[in-house]
Design a protein around this ligand. Structure first.
Ligand SMILES: *Cc1c(COP(=O)(O)O)cnc(C)c1O
Length: 393
């Protein structure tokens, strides 16, 4: 049966991904199942999206109720869900205004346009961006231009001009690129795709200072590391800084495709106005219901406390693997966005884990990424560690 689904997908879907040979059908908690009922422990959460795990009844019921009321209206009209979801995001980000998008890449596009429009309004003549090596910001042309992976960018050149790449956690390399054309500095607070690299406080605060001293905007991409995964709502909140613009997506709708960018009052008052930007689905009632319900459940279930309780245990288990297993080198990241640097080929290890019923993905060239649903318990960490040890042996 599984083969038939794979064949259909291979026939119909443009091959831009190398899929693992597994067909998923349904899930429950931190586990996913194939059509024959084989069980998989999920430590990838659909790329850090499914933070509530699968089949959360309260979440599903809220979505079903919203579907019965109304799925879509467009931005021509007010609706009964959008303001609430916006307020909810304002509350957890501390930002002044929010714009809903359909994805992380689109949130990045919005952040780029906001920064450019800010410079236009202020007549600064600034248009350049400083981004980071090994960054990932999505697949749209603007996002690709900011992505510090040559192989993601090169086939699509010429991309948006005026982007310079600094070395992550190297403040001098940022300083060296600043000039009177620099419009914004963009970075992930914890690099996800690039190998689970966490920015240091000194780096984040140093960038904030450079921005303040030079009239440059600071943009934090929290698409992957945000929404509770770091142990705070957003990872920048642990760094003693506030960005001017931030992006989010992935986990904010628990699997319903929704993203957002948000900004301070200074930026909101001097950037996008009616006619400058839009999106047909953005702020759609189904997505907004998903965002509000996700935040409600996070609060009710004390999800941040749970992440902060379980994360040290994950670190400890990964460190045990480093201590006992030759192929494991180093533990990276924090919260439930951690990485295990290894010396064996990533593909080999993830394939072995898959055979044993563990879903893990790589990051960078040599890091196993640990981005499970945030609801995991110690039992699941133990289960993962046992399988991973065997896969690394
Ligand atoms: C996934 C990701 C994006 C792009 O999000 P999409 O929803 O895939 O467009 C942007 N930034 C970061 C940090 C990401 O991890």
């Amino acid at each position: 049966m599984a083969n038939q689904y794979m064949q259909e997908e291979d026939d119909a879907i443009l091959k831009t991904y190398n899929r693992y040979p597994v067909v998923l059908d349904h899930g429950d908690g931190a586990y996913l199942y194939d059509p024959e009922g084989k069980k998989y422990l999920d430590f990838s959460a659909g790329y850090a999206v499914s933070s509530l795990g699968y089949n959360n009844k309260e979440f599903n019921d809220a979505l079903k109720a919203q579907i019965d009321k109304m799925i879509h209206t467009s931005n021509l009209y007010y609706n009964t869900t959008c303001g609430k979801a916006g307020e909810d995001l304002k509350k957890i980000t501390g930002m002044y205004k929010v714009f809903f998008t359909n994805s992380g890449g689109e949130a990045i596009e919005g952040a780029i346009k906001t920064a450019r429009k800010y410079a236009y309004t202020k007549k600064t003549g600034r248009y350049e961006f400083i981004a980071m090596e090994n960054s990932f910001h999505g697949r749209s042309m603007g996002a690709v231009a900011l992505t510090g992976h040559k192989e993601y960018r090169e086939p699509f050149e010429p991309v948006m001009p005026g982007v310079h790449f600094a070395i992550y956690n190297d403040l001098d390399s940022v300083k060296a690129l600043v000039n009177d054309k620099t419009c914004a500095i963009i970075l992930e607070t914890i690099q996800g795709e690039g190998g689970i690299n966490a920015a240091t406080k000194e780096f984040m605060q140093g960038i904030r200072k450079i921005c303040d001293e030079n009239g440059i905007l600071m943009i934090c991409d929290e698409v992957q590391c945000g929404m509770g995964r770091s142990g705070a709502w957003f990872a920048w909140q642990q760094m003693g800084i506030t960005p001017d613009i931030m992006t989010m997506a992935k986990a904010i709708g628990s699997g319903v495709p929704v993203g957002a960018f948000a900004m301070t009052k200074e930026v909101a008052d001097n950037s996008l106005v009616p006619g400058d930007h839009g999106t047909t689905y953005g702020g759609n009632p189904l997505c907004c219901a998903a965002v509000s319900k996700t935040i409600e459940i996070f609060e009710k279930e004390h999800m941040l406390d749970h992440v902060n309780e379980i994360a040290p245990y994950l670190t400890q288990k990964l460190q045990e693997i480093v201590d006992t297993c030759d192929a494991a080198v180093k533990v990276k990241g924090r919260g439930l966005i951690q990485g295990l640097q290894i010396t064996k080929p990533l593909g080999e290890v993830t394939a072995k884990a898959l055979e044993e019923g563990l879903l893990i993905i790589g990051a960078g060239t040599d890091v196993i990424r640990m981005i499970p649903p945030l609801v995991i318990g110690k039992e699941q960490v133990d289960e993962m560690a046992e399988i991973l040890k065997r896969a690394l042996a």
